[in-house]
Design a protein around this ligand. Sequence first.
Ligand code: ZN
Length: 199
Amino acid sequence: MDFYSRQITTLIEQLSKLPGIGAKSAGRLAFHIIGMPENDVSALADAIKDAKANIHYCKECFTFTDAELCPICADDARDHSTIMVVENVRDLAAYEKTGKYNGVYHVLHGVISPMAGTGPSDIRLKELMTRLSKEDVKEVIIATGSSLEGETTAMYISKLIKPTGIKVSRIASGVPVGGDLENIDEVTLVRALSGRTEL
Ligand code: ZN
C-alpha cells in the first residue's frame, strides 16, 4: 500500500486488526475518519483510551464495569440467589434489554470449544464455582447459545454444579441453532427464559 502516506497505511493496518474488519472495510473506515471533523476524531480516540484505561471486570459477575461491582451486582433490589450464566457481555445486555429478568449474571467470556482449543479453564468457570460456594444461590440458569459449543458448555457446567445441590436450569430452545443471543428478539428471549427446564 505504498500509494498511501505512512499515516494512512498505519491507520488501515490498526483498524484491520479489529474483528470482522477486512482490508477493504479498514480502508473505508480510515478515509471516513480522516474526513471527520477534528473534534469527533478526538472524541473517538478519547473514548477508546478512556474505556481501556477505566473498564475492568466486575469482581462478582465478570461483566465490564468502571467500579468494583457492576450496577447489577450492586443493586440490592435484584435477586442475588438466581444467577444467569451467559457467554459474553453482549448476551447479558440482550437479556437486560428485555427488562424481564431480575436475577444477577455470570459472564463466562467464551465457551468450551475443543476445536478452537478453548478448555474449561479458559473461561470464567472457576470463578462461578467460587461464587456458588460463597453465596446463597438457589438457581443457576444456563443461557449459553444453542451452538454445539454452547450446548457442550451447558452440559459441562450442569455436571459441575449438580453435586452442590443447587438447582440448574437451561433456557428453552426456540433460539435458532447456532444463533447468538444478541441477535434474537426480546419476545423469544423472554419465552426461552420462562420456558427453561431443570437439568
Ligand atoms: Zn457484576
